[in-house]
Design a binder for this molecule. Sequence first.
Ligand code: ADP
Ligand code: MG
Length: 253
Amino acid sequence: MARRRQIYEGKAKILFEGPEPGTLVQYFKDDASAFHAQKKGTITGKGVLNNRISEYLMTRLGEIGIPTHFIRRLNMREQLVREVEIIPLEIVVRNVAAGSLASRLGIPEGTRLPRSIIEYYYKNDALQNPMVSEEHITAFGWAATHDLDDMVQLTLRVNDFLTGLFLGVGISLVDFKLEFGRLYDNDEMRIVVADEISPDNCRLWDMRPVIDRGDGQPVAEPGPMADVYTELARRLGVLPSNVTHSPKPTLIN
Ligand code: ADP
Ligand code: MG
């Protein structure tokens, strides 16, 4: 069989030409993504887990009518997606203060935000994905106002849905990033969720009551999750039975 044509290699995935026109194969690597700067190098089995997690979440989103690029999973590390024209923006939603929001604005980490806050970043590694405003986005033609409106509406729906889904398995969705693409069907253009939804672009805190302040009353105190890839896959019920690398999940705090 002829070798597939590689289209792009990024930090977390390799894209290959798909079997039919308009499709791509996403191969999930074990390389740590820049989103989690603290996790340099590779994380054995991460690609296998992210492939499953993203498959699961994109499928659930599709079921509630949110359009995504996902078609089907092909094997342990690959999934088939629709090729889209990526909009060069990272749309971030925050529910709880953490990371750069906490440090830039002096909001204590862990503060629940009065409402979900959306931020835009220009997707450009050489510039380290700078934060931009709607003005920059429309002035430089990265997206039209109505495209941006669509992306914000979709992002808020995804946020509500994922917040509930994760809460159901004891996880707080602190913040996450989405990428969108344009999909052309004949004369129509639709904006769909692309890329991946996995712990590489979601900040997830464990809600399980793990703290005992000495009064015998364990309290739920959300905190970072140990071995988040395995633990999320396990709680969503998509942990492949042959993934054995991971240590037993340990509780932090
Ligand atoms: P990066 O290091 O640029 O984040 P990744 O390792 O995440 O790259 O590889 C995925 C790349 O493929 C990203 O640049 C993403 O924008 C792009 N991409 C994701 N889904 C699609 C799609 N359906 N069609 C075309 N490009 C896509
Ligand atoms: Mg990426």
